[in-house]
Design a protein. Structure first.
Length: 367
């Protein structure tokens, strides 16, 4: 297990650099599945066997009047529309933070100006016959919200002061401040009772449980060295794949691990061999883990790693300086810092990268 580091004492950029060498030695390194074949369209194909994907970098068609600043998360709705959230710049208050694209990558709409400067987590949830967006923002925004798919706010909430772990006025004072008594939410996981879990991945390191109306219920986790304690619990998911018991999975990012827990937060096991795992998605019996250390991992239903895609770990973490800000150093078919990824219903993968200009890549599944 990696050495615990408090990201509140370093910038995220410094944290990526200093964690790189340790991850290269501690992360299990299965063979990277790779193919240099070309499709008829001339796009690179990566992976092997049933895990082969055509690489389409910069797939969405962002209108020229907009620009991305660090793309963070992606989500797909039931109609196949892709939602992208970027961090954005706090001073660009008229610029949207959430963008929507159709199945051909054509721009549809945008909204979410209120999350500019802190846009982070994004998930689509079906509730009865309706679908909603759940959004969370860190930095100076310090909020999480439920929206319609066109951006109307159902509710917006702030630090759960009833939890007893935050400094005074953390729910009302909008300033950028890091620390274990700060509220910096990163993502959601949805429960079958209509409630949800919210990971305070950059703040307290606790996981908060809410009911279906967004009322705070309880918490678990907190900072520590693993086994139910975390160092940057960044991504969170409920693993409901076939033939598996329903459990919570946490991307314990600074420890380079995934932790499995019960729905009540009791520790079960730790999966090692990752490089700053950031988020999770599942499709059929597969689990997808984007790693900020320049690759995607795909796990089977028994959590064996069956594919690692776009790997450029050593070059990104050790050899190239400030690669996230220099697109000229990015290589086709390779990733820089995958921050989130999701499947669609056909098994295609959409990847959002933590790079300065933002980048969304579609990996078209080749059956």
């Amino acid at each position: 297990m990696g050495t615990w580091m408090d990201p509140g004492k370093k910038s995220r950029r410094d944290f990526i650099k200093t964690a790189g060498a340790a991850a290269l030695t501690s992360v299990v390194a299965p063979t990277i599945l790779h193919s240099a074949d070309k499709t008829g369209k001339g796009n690179l194909v990566i992976g092997t066997d049933e895990y082969r994907y055509e690489v389409l970098h910069d797939w969405p068609q962002l209108p020229s009047k907009f620009s991305w600043q660090t793309t963070h998360n992606v989500a797909i709705d039931a109609e196949g529309l892709l939602y992208v959230i970027h961090e954005g710049k706090a001073n660009l208050t008229d610029h949207p933070s959430i963008f929507v694209f159709d199945q051909k990558g054509k721009y549809v709409r945008s909204f979410g100006n209120q999350f500019q400067g802190g846009g982070h987590g994004l998930e689509v949830r079906t509730e009865g016959k309706d679908q909603f967006l759940y959004v969370c923002a860190y930095q100076q925004v310090k909020a999480f919200a439920k929206l319609t798919l066109t951006g109307e706010v159902i509710w917006e909430k702030y630090a759960p002061m009833d939890s007893g772990i935050y400094r005074k006025d953390e729910d009302t004072v909008r300033v950028k401040r890091w620390g274990r008594d700060a509220f910096m939410p990163t993502n959601f996981a949805f429960l079958n009772d209509g409630g949800f879990l919210l990971a305070d991945g950059y703040g307290s390191f606790y996981i908060h449980r809410y009911d279906k109306d967004g009322n705070w219920v309880s918490k678990f986790g907190g900072p520590g060295q693993g086994e139910g304690k975390f160092a940057t619990p960044h991504g969170i998911w409920i693993d409901q794949r076939p033939d598996r018991q329903e459990h919570v999975v946490i991307c314990d990012r600074a420890h380079h691990t995934l932790q499995y827990l019960t729905l009540d937060g009791e520790y079960i096991e730790t999966l090692e061999g990752y490089g700053l795992p950031a988020n999770i998605d599942t499709w059929k019996d597969l689990m997808l883990v984007p790693e900020l250390h320049a690759r995607l991992s795909i796990l089977d239903v028994e959590n064996n790693i069956v594919a690692r895609l776009g790997g450029d770990v050593e070059r990104v973490t050790e050899k190239e300086k400030d690669i996230r800000s220099n697109p000229n150093k990015w290589e086709t078919g390779k990733f820089v810092h995958p921050h989130d990824a999701c499947f669609d219903t056909e098994g295609n993968i959409y990847v959002a990268e933590w790079v300065a200009t933002g980048r969304i890549t579609k990996l078209r599944h080749l059956s």
